[in-house]
Write a protein that binds this ligand. Sequence first.
Ligand code: C2O
Ligand code: CU
Length: 508
Amino acid sequence: MRTRRHPPLSERTAGRWWRLPVAIGFPLLLVVPLGWLWYDSLVPSTYSVMDMGHADYGGGPAPGRGGGHAGHDMGGVSLATLTGPRDGTPDLTATLTARQGTFELASGEQADGYTLNGTSPGPELVATEGDLVEVTLVNADVEDGVTLHWHGIDVPNAEDGVAGVTQDAVEIGEEHVYRFVLPQAGTYWYHSHQVSHRQVRGGLFGTFVVTPRDDAATSTAEDLTATLHTYDGVRTLNGRTGVSRAEAPAGATVRLRVVNTDNGAAPVWVSGAAYRVLAVDGVDLRGPTDVRDRTYVLTAGARADLEVVVPPGGFRLDVGGGTAMVVGPRGSRPSPATEPERRVDLLTYGQAGDLPFDPDRADRRFDYDIGRRPGFLDGRPGFWWTINGKMFPDVPMYVVEEGDVVRMTIKNTSGDVHPMHLHGHHAVVLSRNGVPATGSPWWVDSLHVADDETYEIAFLADNPGVWMDHCHNLPHAAEGLIAHLAYDGVSTPYEVGRDGDGAHNHPE
Ligand code: C2O
Ligand code: CU
């Protein structure tokens, strides 16, 4: 057995004087920059989204007011003045009372989350295009506060329901009145935009169906809503697990309004009949044709109106996980098909048509480039989303002027899918991965941007305000995948975070 001889300490360290400074200095080399990155990532306890990140003018003229980096305060008008009509008798009046706790799904199971008027989904709102709507949101007992955002309805900015951007969260015992005119027919939904990654998943939402004023074309159709939501891992349609049923006579034309309120995309397919995609995100497609044996991928937040003529044996709409809806004469049992591999591609579906503006003469061109990298988000280390290479809150503020034609290139190299949602506007898809759209004009408010995909979209800046433009996989938004579109001359008086009165706004 050999014994190692240990020299005395003085001998061991002699001539290695550098060890101590290195032992201290080397970690410092890591700790100081890391500490700085950590410190730099801290988000102030309250902030205005106007102060977030950096102004991006998209190659257009820098606005006269504001400009510069410091706070890019757009000055001018407070968005709080950009309301719907304050007078006039509403065509639709509703009071929606938000509560927190356990409740029963329509199919009887217990769930824990949030309700509106005692149910989740909340009451379906139905009105006609051009109607004046007045909804009073009451917060009975939701601790974090609540708001209502009208997903896909291009309302005036002050009615948009985003806590800390367009209003303060409604505290327990308070109420908030939303008033707006419905600009177009279509299938929409509403949901809380306060702590939305928790509240929406927990059930604080409902659907909103807007029928056309000139209803002649659709009056013969049966109108059904199929709202998809996963409560605590349980997938439902209209709050029902398993296979639900709706009666319709053979030969009837059914308009199925499929709404995805989940954070992930859902495969949707029909067995026993062909279907047509009549509308996407509330906008009719031009020249829709019959689809058979194809899956329609409904991204998070998106809606698709499918038309099906009921066969004598009925048909079945599947949304994955065995959750389905059978529509047909009483007792029909259409056999379920497995999810078709082929998919409907809206890039080529339907007939080309004119756009209301020329995207080739864009006033501004923006990049919304989504990536991911390690870093600190508000002091928390992780692997976080980036927009144009930077992490929240150092993200772009896209600045436009009213009347601009805007092009945006959304590029995703982040390794995950992002359902991108721009508030207050519908955008038209121009191309995907460089391939131009040749089908029906394809208008979206929620766009499925898969990993390694690049979409070019365009929209008209015709709705002044400060608008969120974020990922509708709501936990991603809470992880910083959020930017805003701001009109020159409009600013928000609201703040995200806590203020002195104890009001707290956490839109994501
Ligand atoms: Cu459906 Cu920013 O929301
Ligand atoms: Cu995302």
